[in-house]
Design a protein around this ligand. Sequence first.
Ligand SMILES: NC(=O)c1ccc[n+]([C@@H]2O[C@H](COP(=O)([O-])OP(=O)(O)OC[C@H]3O[C@@H](n4cnc5c(N)ncnc54)[C@H](OP(=O)(O)O)[C@@H]3O)[C@@H](O)[C@H]2O)c1
Length: 292
Amino acid sequence: MPKLIDGRTIAEKVYIDLRREIAELKTKGVTPGLAVVLVGDDPASRAYVRSKDKMCRDLGLRSVKLELPASTTQTELLNRVEQLNADASVHGILVQSPPPGHINEEAIVRALDPAKDVDGFHPENVAKLVIDDSSGFVPCTPLGVQRLLIESKIKINGAHVVVLGRSMIVGKPLALLLMQKNENANATVTVVHSRSRHLAEITRSADIIVAAIGRAGFVTGDHVSEGATVIDVGINRVEDAATERGYRLVGDVAFDEVSKIAGAITPVPGGVGPMTIAMLMSNTVKAARQWT
Ligand SMILES: NC(=O)c1ccc[n+]([C@@H]2O[C@H](COP(=O)([O-])OP(=O)(O)OC[C@H]3O[C@@H](n4cnc5c(N)ncnc54)[C@H](OP(=O)(O)O)[C@@H]3O)[C@@H](O)[C@H]2O)c1
């Protein structure tokens, strides 16, 4: 059996360190504060916002939850962002994605103070990731994937990492992060996407595969070499009448099949997911540290 990489346990470890750091900041008169802005009433977004708010409270962070109606205009939202930028008790700001269709999300991200952009999507933070400037914010899911690998003692340095997916949220920043010039990176990174040819051949040459495409069970045994590490970022709903909700969540990896071949693998749920929120908390604490 492969080693199961347990995201929940690793996230708990992150929280132990964060609690210590938060206590220290409080002795200096700084309580890290995170503002989460939700526009509209998408049930999944609402659930994400609730869990972020709960985690802030558990850790003793200040949580500001701004719930705005779906009819909120671009100008109104920009004004709210400006207010949060100017609020000294707010160190991190996140606008829950996706906003309603009439909102230009990119313009909202650009309006954020880059020093409060704990999601790491502002062009200034993207640029810092490209130039290996560690003062910026790295998007939470890629940061969580790197931390999972480090804590699981899986060597990234010199490894061939194949990332499936090239989104600005996961694939692209993860590729940049893992090819940085430091001991926790230094990977040889290949990125594949929907137009890639010979995909399985490429993934079979990987020491580490990270799947982030949003296709249930896409990565099968045919994609993986014996002993490779497989990190599953995907979260997909598949209908399942036997469950109370009528569906269950699965990853991009056909777990039962791939786990017979992989050396280490993450489950879904309980792998990358818990790390994403842990890294959001970590980025918020990092943002607050800049004020001490
Ligand atoms: N665990 C977490 O905390 C977390 C966080 C974020 C996202 N996710 C999950 O991760 C998955 C990816 O999210 P995302 O936001 O990055 O998705 P996205 O923006 O839809 O991007 C998907 C990427 O996968 C590529 N792709 C799609 N089908 C493919 C195929 N058949 N073969 C190869 N590449 C393919 C696309 O290629 P093209 O660029 O060519 O279209 C694109 O680059 C989703 O399931 C999402 O729910 C999980």
